[in-house]
Design a protein around this ligand. Structure first.
Ligand code: GCO
Ligand code: MN
Ligand code: MN
Length: 381
């Protein structure tokens, strides 16, 4: 079979300006790559074959830009996107960088900070809408604590709800047509971040005034930092109709947020997840929220971006092979054989005799099934 794993527009591969534009600074060391402008980054993304670009308000427009500077930047960037055939499917807001957000944004104790954060988000929504963005991601990176002495967590949740309800109203009033995608993370940069997991957000969303407008943006690294299954989080979000966006990268569990190249660590877990997205027909963006190693120059950044997309396409193909494998399918058919009958009435169920020893007597062949899966992933089947 000939497959060169070339990204195509229909694959919906997107990158943030902050991902390929990441200059390799970390808490212990400074930048290692020179700064590239948003226009240069769009050219880079076009060169590697991406479909789209996403940005925080201040990735594109510096926080202190005047109105006329802003308009110039917007018009230059629009031109660059259209010349390079790059779309802007998602926009987001930076509520973490500036010192004003040191105590949080939507959950800060000072009401003026909360109101400023909401105002900043409204403006970021306007900015994204000018580019036709349909998804608005909210990552509450600073919404958390080092000490719980400062507020009760349930108070923080109430403030978060007030902010999201307000922003939904604004979305309706301005007819932006956004869907909000809430992104969870357990910690970093705060010691504890409220809404630590995707599934925590899913429970919170049910309490909102316009819950149909709000879904989730699970990130591989953020689920795997505390050792959870990204695949299960994605599947639960999908089943609930809440998978509005996804942040693809990779991560060694139990460590700081690493944002590694997609699929470069958890090959098997990412195999299941990609197979799931493809099997169920997820139509959203495949957004890579990752960055190149600190060892790289911009050629390495291109290698990194190409690698993210290539690995996705390889795993997609492996999933197709798994689905088409007759030995695997035969085991699955045997498993499905046992999945018959319905619960029926209480009387019926209570009257049924179960032989629990017989039910536990036959091996389930999961070892064989898993090794066949490994063989598919390794490429020896
Ligand atoms: C992180 C987050 C961010 C968000 C981005 C979008 O851990 O830094 O993943 O990259 O995804 O801010 O809101
Ligand atoms: Mn992250
Ligand atoms: Mn992210």
């Amino acid at each position: 079979m000939l497959n060169n794993y070339q990204p195509k527009p229909e694959h919906k591969f997107t990158f943030g300006l902050w991902t390929v534009g990441n200059r390799g600074a970390d808490p212990f060391g400074t930048q290692v790559r020179e700064k590239k402008t948003p226009v240069e980054l769009v050219e880079l993304l076009a060169e590697v074959g991406a479909y789209g670009v996403n940005f925080h308000d201040n990735d594109l427009v510096p926080i202190d830009a005047t109105a006329s500077e802003r308009n110039q930047i917007v018009s230059d960037f629009k031109k660059a996107c259209s010349n390079n055939g790059i779309k802007v499917p998602m926009a987001t807001v930076n509520l973490f960088y500036e010192p004003v957000f040191r105590d949080g944004a939507f959950t800060a104790n000072d009401a003026r900070v909360r109101h400023y954060a909401i105002q900043k988000t409204m403006r970021a929504m306007e900015l994204g809408a000018e580019f036709g963005a349909e998804i608005f991601v909210l990552w509450g990176g600073r919404e958390g604590v080092e000490t719980d002495a400062c507020r009760r967590p349930d108070e923080a949740i109430k403030r978060l709800r007030e902010a999201i309800n307000y922003l939904c109203e604004y979305n309706i009033a301005q007819n932006f047509g956004y869907k909000f995608a809430m992104e969870a993370k357990p910690n970093e940069p705060r010691a504890d971040i409220y809404m630590p997991t995707t599934t925590a957000y899913m429970a919170f969303i049910e309490t909102l005034d316009h819950k149909e407008m709000v879904g989730v943006n699970p990130e591989v690294a953020h689920e795997q930092m505390p050792g959870l299954s990204m695949y299960h989080a994605v599947a639960q979000a999908w089943e609930a109709g809440k998978l509005f966006h996804i942040d693809l990268n990779d991560q060694y569990p139990g460590r700081y947020d690493q944002d590694l190249r997609f699929g470069s660590v958890s090959v098997k877990q990412m195999f299941w997840m990609v197979k799931f997205l493809e099997d169920v027909g997820y139509e959203g963006m495949r957004h890579f929220d990752a960055h190149a190693y600190r060892t790289e120059d911009y050629e390495g950044v291109k290698d990194f971006a190409r690698g993210c997309m290539r690995t996705y396409l390889i795993l997609k193909e492996k999933g197709e092979r798994w689905n088409a494998d007759s030995e695997i399918q035969a085991i699955l058919a045997e498993i499905e054989e046992t999945n018959k009958g319905s619960l029926g009435s209480f009387e019926n169920l209570l009257a049924t005799e179960f032989d629990r020893h017989e039910l536990a007597s036959k091996g389930l062949q999961y070892e064989r099934l898993d090794q066949l899966t490994m063989d598919v992933i390794f490429g020896v089947r």
